[in-house]
Design a protein around this ligand. Structure first.
Ligand code: ADP
Length: 438
């Protein structure tokens, strides 16, 4: 018999007995009330026992298989056991997770919505000099005080990592990136990039030194080639050497250009931001670049320009000159005869935008993301034939970055290209009306 049927029969028997006895005294209703009161008192007592047992202060209730209270207690016990099992499994998973993150070579710091430290692993302790458990609950900007990190934390855009020097060990370079997750939680991932940066520096030093060392012998070589070519062109004994000497002059010229570009790139590489910024008359500079491009293009390509006048920018004149010389000479190089190159400089919203647009051969979309890599050429042979070093756009990108500006490239094969340089407004010292000089 189930506990519920047993309970029903128990109540029926109790009421029958109490009612029967009271009926003998002529008051069956009082008998039924007394029976119900006894029944209620008994259940209240059982409820009290259940409460004491749940609080851990009473005897077990689930051993009697006879009544519904034992049944309820058994159910509670089953739920309790299940939740204990789940708790054990979760704490096992958590222990495993903590052990594995503790073993990670990268530092990991869990941050709350208000940028306080919730948890960190051993690598974070080692890399950032954090102390457990004192630093838990601390505001992260109190412990990593580097201004670049505080700006990064406030900016809220964590697409890219930043690099800082470790405060407790100036020899160590750290890469820090925040990864948002869950509801307002953030993970700060710290990587030791000291070795990578050192290798980078070795590579940069090597390129800079090799380019520098090669310059002198090359100058001597090209000087002799030039002299010999002059003589050969003068109908003397050297006359048969005109063609090979002209080819040698062209190649030494290319090598000089290559070394000049490599040296410029390594200078740009030295610091991510240009230090010596001065007011640069950009209108004049752009007009000069256009004049140079016209000289290069001759009759082949038309150069048009629309430039805001006056336009004064805080920057390094030489670097800005390289940017627009490279963009314009590329546009001329890669535009077939009869085409047009258009330079436009003006404000769009808060930004100063300078665009070089051509009606040239265009670039297939798969090449666009790699164009600013060093020595990347869409068509190696063609680029070289045009006298390119493959470093032009790398120089453009670096020089722009040093001026807080960005380069974006739009192009369609056979339809021409548009190279857009976007400078933030705070770089501009003066800027007003538009002037045409095409
Ligand atoms: P290069 O010295 O070879 O011109 P750059 O770094 O200046 O090297 O340019 C990289 C490559 O991008 C070039 O080889 C060329 O294929 C492509 N490119 C650059 N500018 C243009 C342009 N305006 N139109 C078409 N292709 C271009």
């Amino acid at each position: 018999m189930s506990p519920w049927s047993r309970e029903f029969w128990r109540l029926a028997l109790l009421l029958a007995m109490a009612g029967g006895m009271a009926a003998l005294a002529g008051e069956p209703a009082w008998g039924l009330c007394a029976g119900l009161a006894v029944y209620l008192a008994w259940h209240l007592w059982q409820l009290r026992r259940l409460e004491l047992w749940l609080a851990g202060r009473g005897k077990r209730l689930d051993d009697s298989r006879l009544d519904i209270w034992a049944e309820v207690a058994a159910q509670v016990l089953r739920i309790k056991r299940r939740s204990q099992k789940r708790k054990r499994r979760l704490s096992f998973i958590l222990k495993q997770f903590l052990r594995s993150t503790a073993a990670l070579p990268d530092g990991t710091v869990v941050l709350s919505a208000d940028s306080r430290i919730v948890w960190f692993n051993q690598s974070a302790q080692r890399l950032l000099g954090l102390r457990a458990p004192q630093d838990n609950g601390q505001w992260v900007a109190n412990l990593i005080r580097t201004p670049a990190f505080i700006r990064y934390l406030d900016r809220g855009n964590y697409d890219e990592a930043i690099e800082i020097v470790a405060a407790h060990d100036p020899e160590r370079m750290l890469s820090l990136q925040i990864v948002p997750y869950g509801e307002d939680q953030r993970l700060l991932v710290i990587r030791d990039v000291t070795r990578e940066r050192r290798l980078d520096q070795v590579r940069k030093d090597f390129v800079a030194n090799a380019s520098h060392e090669l310059r002198t012998p090359l100058t001597v070589l090209s000087g002799y080639v030039e002299t010999l070519l002059d003589e050969a062109e003068g109908e003397g004994d050297l006359a048969p050497w005109v063609v090979p000497l002209a080819a040698m002059r062209e190649q030494t010229g290319r090598m000089e250009q290559l070394l000049a570009d490599l040296l410029l790139l390594s200078r740009l590489d030295e610091s991510p931001r240009a230090v010596l910024m001065r007011p640069v008359d950009l209108t004049l500079l752009l007009r000069r670049c256009c004049a140079e491009a016209r000289r290069l293009a001759g009759e082949k390509v038309t150069i048009q320009a629309e430039i805001v006048d006056p336009l004064v920018l805080r920057g390094v004149e030489g670097e800005l000159r390289s940017v627009f010389d490279n963009l314009l000479s590329n546009a001329v190089k890669y535009t077939p005869p009869g085409g047009t190159v258009h330079l436009e400089a003006g404000f769009v919203g808060e930004e100063l935008q300078i665009a070089v647009t051509d009606t040239g051969i265009g670039i297939a979309p798969e090449h666009l993301p790699r164009l600013t890599e060093r020595f990347y050429r869409v068509d190696g042979g063609r680029g070289r034939d045009q006298g390119g070093t493959g470093l032009g756009l790398a120089i453009v990108k670096h020089a722009l970055q040093r001026h807080d500006a960005q380069l974006s490239i739009e192009s369609r094969l056979g339809m021409g290209s548009r190279f857009l340089c976007r400078f933030p407004r705070d770089r501009v010292l003066a800027g007003s009306a538009l002037s045409n000089c095409g």
